[in-house]
Write a protein that binds this ligand. Structure first.
Ligand code: SF4
Length: 250
């Protein structure tokens, strides 16, 4: 009797970013869409337009979204663990994205017949991250479709989506490099947060309020720090708002 190779499952880590979309396009054109999974970990602080983008692009690929979630926002997580994430340590990615995705994989994706795809781009920074990311997802096999030529910059990926008639996520149009957590990533620095204040004031206000609430419980903690007179100082989002609103530099 002839033996058939088991069907391979192709799981794209589908974040709502343009890189994961471009990776999914390449996987779909190489392997088709019948065994394609678009796996999205929802941290519930995304920009509303990210969900519109997910709807549009899953319709374009004709593949339903597979959504997983811890259920908490990063702010709720920080309260639970009594630690405010910042540019040095951000436990939210692991707890709210990686763990829920891993749980889904453990139930639904045999490592022997599954390939995971991550939309890192071909920039030196992303390339350097690839080995650690691949090791972190063991025992699943990880591939990085955008590391293969032709290499596309982020702008070229965005143009690719536009050429297919898609409206790209508004955060890119507003000058953000990433479409995650509605621009309010705790890993970001002062200049980024100043841009959030100008471009997405409602998102800034929500993050500022979340920081204030956590400070009321945890004490003098902040997302941001800065160097002054060779010393590291905490900088609240309210202080940064006052500084920027007064016309000062971030
Ligand atoms: S984008 Fe930033 S704030 Fe959001 S989960 Fe990732 S590290 Fe945390």
């Amino acid at each position: 009797m002839p033996t058939h190779a088991p069907t391979r499952l192709h799981v794209v880590q589908y974040s709502g970013g343009i890189g994961s979309w471009a990776a999914a396009q390449r996987v779909a054109s190489q392997h088709g869409t019948s065994n394609l999974v678009l796996l999205f970990a929802d941290v519930r602080t995304e920009d509303p337009d990210l969900y519109r983008w997910l709807d549009d692009t899953t319709a374009q690929l004709d593949v339903p979204l597979t959504r997983v979630a811890d259920g908490r926002t990063p702010w709720e997580l920080f309260g639970d663990i009594r630690y405010l994430g910042n540019s040095h340590i951000a436990p939210c990615t692991h707890t709210l994205k990686i763990i829920p995705c891993r749980r889904w994989l453990e139930v639904n994706a045999d490592p022997a017949t599954t390939t995971l795809y991550v939309g890192l781009d071909a920039s030196p920074r992303d390339r350097n991250r690839a080995p650690a990311i691949a090791a972190g997802w063991a025992p699943w096999t990880v591939e990085f479709p955008l590391l293969d030529p032709p290499h596309l910059t982020k702008d070229e990926q965005l143009d690719w989506a536009r050429q297919l008639g898609l409206r790209v996520p508004r955060l890119y149009e507003l000058g953000f490099a990433h479409n995650n957590c509605g621009g309010t990533c705790v890993r970001a620095g002062k200049k980024h947060w100043a841009h959030v204040l100008r471009a997405l004031p409602d998102h800034y206000a929500a993050a500022e309020l979340a920081e204030q609430r956590l400070r009321a419980v945890l004490g003098d903690v902040t997302i941001l720090t800065e160097q002054r007179a060779r010393q590291r100082h905490r900088l609240t989002l309210t202080e940064l708002r006052d500084r920027v609103t007064a016309g000062g530099k971030p």
